[in-house]
Design a binder for this molecule. Structure first.
Ligand code: CP
Length: 308
């Protein structure tokens, strides 16, 4: 394999199985690096990366920044709050001004689906989508699949259920694309109102019953209810959601087999998952975060080869 098939990482939909495998092999090497006493390599010296966050983030923002610094890139950070976006500056003008400062790569989170695609057609820098509205969150999909590979040795043949607000979730879509490209079987589970119409066209099946879904799976990825993206009420109350779709220790212990529990964060403890599950040995939530740095280092390193 000579390199990635794409110049930008806009979504898992647009990359190949071979791209994902190359990212994982590269991440394996970087995972060793970040666990060494000296955690830094000179791979991206003289490369300048702008992290543009037009929407809130804790994990993704810090993880990208750490990945960039571990690779010795020069890093500038931009948050929409406190910027001239508030004065009416357009996305293209904001990014063009930042690029005039000789930036090579842009990592961008934006509330509008397709914001990354728009930029990639209008500017020369390499674009990495750090989450665009309800569309995709490709590095989250990659780090989730990488964490399943780490746990089980391979993703192919694994049964993964994604539980919760599938309708508004960019994490769900990127997970579905990544897992299927790697040969996993995927189900979605949650209230029917939070499942996209025609979800089966994505190659997944819908299981409305949480217990049945959990009995079936090897891995349960528990998603947060995206209240900030819900324009109408999709279920009677959070309490009722938790009663039907919340994962607690009693349910986990009642299953025939030991499943793995994932969560992309931020967790709403006591809503989609209880603390005793989130903090249990079956949960790999913090290893997901650790893997996020190695996976993002791999993505940035491989895409740096595409800078013109
Ligand atoms: N998983 C995730 O995207 O978390 P943040 O919103 O904190 O970046």
């Amino acid at each position: 394999m000579s390199g990635l098939s794409v110049k930008h990482l806009l979504g898992i939909k647009y990359i190949t199985k071979e791209d994902i495998e190359l990212i994982f092999q590269t991440a394996d090497n970087f995972k060793q690096v970040i666990n060494r006493p000296i955690k830094k390599v000179p791979s991206l010296r003289d490369i300048t990366i702008a992290n543009l966050f037009f929407e809130n983030s804790t994990r993704t923002k810090l993880s990208f920044e750490l990945a960039e610094k571990r690779l010795s890139a020069d890093v500038i950070n931009f948050s929409a709050s406190g910027s001239s976006v508030k004065k009416g500056e357009t996305l293209l003008d904001t990014v063009s001004n930042i690029l005039a400062m000789k930036v090579d790569m842009v990592v961008m989170r934006h509330p509008l689906p397709g914001a990354g695609q728009f930029l990639s057609k209008n500017i020369d820098a390499v674009i990495v989508n750090a989450g665009d509205g309800t569309h995709e969150h490709p590095t989250q999909g990659l780090l989730d699949a990488y964490s399943i590979r780490e746990k089980y040795g391979e993703v192919a043949g694994k049964k993964v259920v994604i539980v919760g607000d599938i309708l508004h979730s960019r994490v769900a879509l990127s997970n579905i694309f990544a897992l299927q490209k790697l040969g996993a079987e995927v189900k979605v589970c949650g209230p029917a109102t939070l499942i996209p119409k025609h979800v089966e066209t994505l190659g997944v099946t819908y299981e409305p019953n949480l217990i049945k879904a959990l009995q079936w799976c090897d891995v349960a990825n528990m998603l947060r209810i995206q209240m900030e993206r819900q324009d109408v009420q999709y279920f009677p109350s959070l309490r009722e959601y938790t009663l039907q779709y919340g994962l607690n220790k009693q349910i986990l212990d009642s299953l025939d087999k030991e499943i793995t529990v994932m969560h992309p964060g931020p967790i709403n403890r006591g809503v989609e998952i209880t603390s005793d599950v989130a903090d249990s040995s079956q949960a790999i939530i913090l290893p997901q975060v650790e893997n996020g740095v190695a996976v993002r280092m791999a993505v940035l390193y491989l895409l740096a080869g595409k800078i013109e």
